[in-house]
Design a protein around this ligand. Structure first.
Ligand code: F6R
Length: 243
């Protein structure tokens, strides 16, 4: 793992935005795996401001988001689809057909998960997967457990994860869905390259375990240790417990 420390969130986001945009110009048909949440907000802000007036050619870029809440989809406030539209897709000239999102309202969630795996495969796999990390060590919605799912699946969200997402639902925990669809561990680990961003001291324990701890299903991000091309980008708070 390559570990990079930044003075703050803004420098981290600007650095990753520069790299992403360079990657898009090197490979216009790049396939990106994207996260939602609080951490990438600064990254998307930076990317959309640099994409302004056609400075970045998004016309062939393909994306797949990591996850979506069960029961929510396009048009639902609180869905990750709405988050992505607001934070990025509404501001860049990406082809709607090139945007891959899980549909949390699909009639058959199992069929929707299988469709997503096939779509990623048909696109040639993920070139770069960008990740955040939960304070409990989850990546995507692969929550700590005795065993982890390899493929895209329906995930039961832990209390801590639901609380962390309450902001999307007016702070009302009762409105946060109990389940989500999520890429699996193998879906993520098959990406050619992985970049994990973590900011804030509340992530420092999970970050330390991911980098220095044992491989364990109790800290799903620890499995990134086996991937040959992982960059971990940290602000001071998140790097606090590293030796
Ligand atoms: C979101 C996702 C999650 C988040 C993680 C951190 O698509 O897959 O794993 O990356 O929960 O969330 P924030 O950035 O809100 O702390």
């Amino acid at each position: 793992m390559k570990i990079e420390r930044f003075d703050n969130d803004d420098v981290l986001a600007a650095t990753l935005a520069t790299r992403l945009i360079a990657a898009i110009s090197l490979k216009p048909r790049i396939v990106l795996g994207l996260p939602t949440g609080r951490t990438p907000v600064a990254l998307y802000r930076e990317v959309r401001s640099r994409s302004h007036r056609g400075h970045v050619d998004w016309s062939q870029v393909r994306t797949f988001n990591l996850d979506e809440f069960v029961g929510l989809g396009a048009g639902d406030a609180g869905s990750y689809r709405s988050y992505m539209q607001a934070e990025l897709f509404d501001h860049v000239r990406i082809e709607p057909l090139n945007v891959g999102m899980l549909d949390g309202r699909a009639a058959s969630l199992a069929a929707e998960c299988a469709r997503y795996e096939r779509a990623i495969e048909r696109a040639g796999g993920l070139d770069i997967q960008i990740l955040g990390i939960g304070a409990n060590g989850h990546i995507g919605f692969n929550e700590p457990a005795d065993a982890l799912d390899a493929k895209t699946h329906v995930a039961a969200l832990q209390g801590e994860t639901r609380r962390a997402n309450a902001g999307l639902f007016g702070g009302e925990l009762g409105r946060v869905p109990t389940h989500a669809l999520s890429m699996g561990m193998a879906t993520i680990l098959r990406a050619q390259e992985i970049v994990l961003m973590a900011t804030g001291a509340e992530k420092s324990e999970a970050v330390a375990g991911m980098i220095d701890g044992p491989l364990t299903t109790r800290l799903p991000a620890s499995f990134l240790q086996v991937h040959p091309r992982v960059t971990v980008m940290l602000d001071r708070g998140a790097a606090r417990r590293l030796t």
